[in-house]
Design a protein around this ligand. Structure first.
Ligand code: AMP
Ligand code: GLY
Length: 417
């Protein structure tokens, strides 16, 4: 088979790494890819937003199966376009991708299907939003409705902060059309957990749990990032919790997808807050998480491509999916200054010194001549699998030390509890 992966970050490197192990696959292509992916796949210079070029490439190359990493092409409708051309693709339809593409859409969906989530109001003008604010306590959470590259959520401690956030979104329009509507919602206290699921329209099968560390600094200080590190399993996510989540969240979500006639053969990532009242949904993402994928897929024993093929046939329930019992940790190495401005082009060394079993996933890297240099905020993700969490932590940080670039920034408390 010829498999095509859309994207070029650490998540897509992890998908390519897993697919490379499939006996069903002969060739892997990736657009745009990165130097790490380039070691196991052929990278194609097409941007993830350029849906028509991605369609043309797949048709011309007779690609058998396409997997989409990032949300932008999914929300733009890449799945519908591939299907119109008779091409196999894993992902939700444009309509179903609204579960991530519009927070108002996903909140209405949760309300309609009785899925526990934070209480909320929506508003399309500053005045309307300020009125709605009066119904909420502080801290309050304000979210731009549309995609905002993970930057559209403000946790506001008081009226002044809330008015500032509303002004930036609704008047200054810092997120453009993504901020033409806002969600004002109750602040949920608890522990976050990420549950990625395979969905084929007939069933929803959760993968092993994981936890992301979103803030830039140790101790959950500083601004939010795309994710600075993950571990799996997430120990607070017990079997009883998994059962409760299945009953109160995953099955009602599947029922909603079916009743709304959404075409969904893809990944659904449910971001949860485990509160004292039980698990509640913070958000849906319609794709694999980054860097959740870098700890979840190394624990998957089953052939990922076989799972994708079963999804296309709506046959997930008859597919055995096996996971190993190990603990996986991924530590992200970022550029100094991320998530704000950061320099690029800094030489990366030491990759050949890491242990054989350590997996280094590339994210923001590029080749300059023969040398590897930094090219993004999140540069590399170092993943280790071990029998227990202490060993995994020791090994991952030993290997993190071996990789060098100027301004290397990482958290030292990933999976530290
Ligand atoms: P989202 O993109 O909606 O997942 O929000 C990004 C992050 O903001 C989440 O991972 C949480 O850490 C935080 N967050 C979002 N909504 C809430 C909420 N209602 N209560 C507390 N924290 C939240
Ligand atoms: N790590 C969070 C996300 O992928 O959205």
């Amino acid at each position: 088979m010829k498999v095509f992966i859309v994207g070029g970050g650490g998540r897509e490197h992890a998908i390519a790494w897993k697919i490379k192990r499939s006996p069903l696959v002969k060739e892997i292509y990736c657009a745009p890819g990165n130097p790490g992916i380039g070691e196991i796949a052929e990278c194609v210079d097409i941007a993830v937003e350029d849906v028509e070029k991605l369609v043309d490439f797949s048709r011309e190359m007779s690609i058998d199966l396409t997997i989409v990493g990032p949300e932008i092409p999914l929300v733009a409708g890449i799945v519908d376009r591939f299907q119109e051309e008779g091409l196999n693709i894993i992902g939700p339809s444009k309509e179903a991708a609204q579960l991530e593409g519009s927070k108002a859409f996903s909140k209405e969906f949760m309300d309609k299907y009785n899925i526990p989530t934070a209480l909320y109001d929506e508003a399309t003008s500053y005045e309307e939003a300020k009125d709605a604010l009066g119904k909420h306590n502080f801290p309050v959470v304000i979210k731009a409705d549309g995609l905002a590259a993970g930057k559209g959520v403000f946790i506001c401690e008081d009226q002044q902060e809330a008015e500032k956030a509303l002004g930036e979104i609704l008047i200054e329009e810092i997120f453009g059309v993504s901020g033409h509507k806002v969600i004002i919602e109750e602040f949920l206290e608890g522990t976050e957990t990420s549950v990625l699921c395979f969905v084929d329209g007939q069933s929803i099968i959760p993968m092993v749990s994981s936890q992301d560390h979103k803030r830039i600094y140790d101790g959950d200080e500083g601004p939010n990032t795309g994710g600075m590190g993950t571990y799996s399993p997430n120990y607070i996510y017990t079997e009883e919790m998994a059962e409760e989540v299945d009953k109160s969240i995953l099955q009602p979500t599947l029922r909603g997808i079916q009743q709304e006639n959404m075409d969904y053969k893809g990944i659904l990532f449910v971001g949860l807050m485990i509160t004292q009242e039980g698990p509640k949904v913070l958000e849906y993402n319609v794709r694999f998480g980054d860097p959740e994928t870098q700890v979840v897929l190394p624990r998957l024993e089953t052939d990922l491509v076989a799972i994708f093929l079963a999804m296309l046939k709506e046959d997930l329930t008859n597919t055995e999916i096996k996971w190993n019992e190990k603990t996986a940790i991924c530590v992200v190495l970022a550029s100094e200054g991320y998530p704000g401005n950061y320099p690029k082009g800094r030489e990366i060394t030491g990759l050949s010194d890491v242990d054989k079993d350590t997996i280094v996933f590339h994210a923001g890297t590029t080749l300059e001549g023969e040398g590897l240099v930094t090219a993004g905020g999140r540069v590399l993700g170092v993943t280790v699998l071990a029998e227990d969490i202490d060993t995994a932590r020791r090994l991952v940080y030993e290997n993190v030390e071996k990789i060098r670039f100027k301004g290397k920034t990482y958290r030292t408390d990933i999976a530290a509890g």
